[in-house]
Design a protein around this ligand. Structure first.
Ligand code: LLP
Length: 441
């Protein structure tokens, strides 16, 4: 059991988050329910600020794809981080929340002309440009608006990081970024230097997500700095900023051993500095884009246990009132999670059960083989570390409404995304005239 952030077991033997009893939260707000621990989220932002910004003057850009709504934007703004958005929808959310446009970084491998125009118009600070098509398009649009946006070019350093290993690959085969090895990245930099409407600021890479091995980062930073030096020698271009992406792993289940943010910072900054000294060039300013390691541990999902079914000699299924609709990660990536019975935190584990979702899909299993106290219908099941890539990847399969999200802190719980209603589900449905009567009968 790993209790994240402000999680603790209270005097009733219940799981408490942000000073709120989760059994009471479930009763008050209904389930499934996303619970976001404000102090945990903010502390994770502060750990990054301390380790990167204060120590190395590096920039920390929160990856909004992990979890984004208006309240999250406000917290990220208050904590002073930048914000990485990857779509018009994420950008719209950030702007509506009043997030300062100059601290927004626009990512994505196929930004549409409309998305780019929206970003230029609203004064987005920097564009992470993925390919030459985008470079040309951005330059043209920037010219039309009379702006000169900052550009960071995404490149692939040829390192593929895995959870427990890293390997050098035929990096040419990626939908993201321009390949260093075959000269495309160099061509991209040269082109961005030629385009008058763009201000070339630097380079970006992202080697993967849920990474524990800092060696992969040291390697990536080194390859990127080799390229920085090559650019310097061949084009005279100065790389002001070097963005090494996100990816730091978090604890989901036993065996996951996350590295401390400050260790991560020391490795990245150290590798950049070392190469800068070796090449006798000025070290670029470091940027990082953490997502999961900020939002992941701050989230917990509460479910109500419904049907319980035992297949003698085979397995016992606990079905809950959510599943792949609110957390598609187990179905998509065989991701593993830990769960607790929120009202029975002091009861010893009594049985091995598997937690099933309620979608019409055999693959809708949240957890295989969890050791839990004996469960009964009506118990509240808490799945931890669901802050990242859960709400942001949620869907309406089987027309299940998306859960609500609440922000908890100091014993106070506030709704930050309301639960979808059945009315919301049909909000965009239209009935052609000729079908109207039928639908009404
Ligand atoms: N920067 C870039 C360019 C990225 O592509 C990503 C994640 C991040 C930063 C943030 O990485 P993080 O710190 O969260 O690892 N849906 C998958 C993960 C996809 C990662 C997408 N990119 C999952 O649920 O595991």
């Amino acid at each position: 059991m790993k209790l994240n952030g402000t999680m603790r077991i209270n005097e009733n033997g219940h799981l408490e988050i942000g000073g709120c009893d989760t059994v009471e939260l479930a009763w008050e707000f209904g389930t499934p329910l996303y619970v976001l621990d404000e102090m945990c989220f903010r502390q994770n932002c502060r750990d990054y600020n301390q380790a990167f910004s204060e120590k190395y003057r590096a920039g920390v850009i929160y990856a909004g794809k992990t979890l984004l709504n208006l309240a999250v934007c406000r917290m990220v703004d208050e904590e002073g981080l930048g914000l990485d958005v990857v779509s018009g929808g994420e950008l719209f959310t950030a702007l509506k929340a009043g997030f300062p446009a100059e601290r927004i970084y626009f990512h994505g491998n196929n930004k549409s002309p409309a998305e780019l125009a929206m970003a230029i118009e609203s004064g987005v600070g920097c564009f992470m440009v993925d390919n030459i098509c985008e470079l040309e398009l951005l330059s043209r649009l920037a010219g039309e608006y009379g702006r000169v946006p900052g550009v960071i070019l995404r490149v692939t350093p040829g390192i593929e990081a895995h959870t427990h290993e890293y390997i050098k690959t035929g990096q040419i085969d990626s939908k993201f970024g321009l390949v260093i090895e075959n000269g495309q990245a160099l061509g991209g930099v040269k082109r961005s230097l030629e385009l008058e409407n763009l201000h070339f600021k630097g380079l970006h890479c992202h080697i993967g997500s849920q990474i524990f091995e800092l060696e992969s980062y040291r390697h990536a930073a080194g390859v990127m700095m080799d390229f920085v030096n090559q650019l310097h020698e061949e084009t005279g271009a100065r790389v002001e900023e070097l963005d090494l992406g996100g990816g730091l792993g978090v604890y989901y289940t036993e065996g996951d051993q996350p590295r401390a943010v400050k260790e991560y910072a020391d490795v990245l900054a150290g590798a950049v500095q070392e190469k800068a000294e070796q090449y006798r060039i000025q070290a670029p300013r470091l940027l990082v884009e953490p997502g999961r390691s900020i939002s992941g541990p701050a989230g917990t999902t509460l479910y109500t246990v419904g049907a319980i079914k035992e297949i003698p000699g085979i397995r016992k299924y606990l079905a809950v009132d959510g599943g792949m609709g609110d957390n598609p990660r187990p179905a998509l990536y065989q991701a593993r999670y830990e769960a607790y019975l929120a009202g029975k935190m002091e009861c010893p584990p009594a049985e091995l059960v598997s937690v099933a979702g309620k979608c019409c899909e055999s693959g809708d299993m949240l957890i295989w083989d969890a050791e839990l106290p004996e469960a009964e219908p009506g118990d509240i099941l808490a799945v931890s570390c669901t802050g990242a890539y859960n709400y942001s990847m949620s869907m309406n399969y089987n027309r299940l409404p998306r859960p609500a999200m609440i922000l908890v802190r100091g014993g106070c719980a506030e709704l930050i995304t309301r639960r979808e209603s059945y009315e919301d589900l049909i909000m965009n449905d239209l009935i052609p005239e000729r079908l109207t009567k039928k639908a009404n009968t």
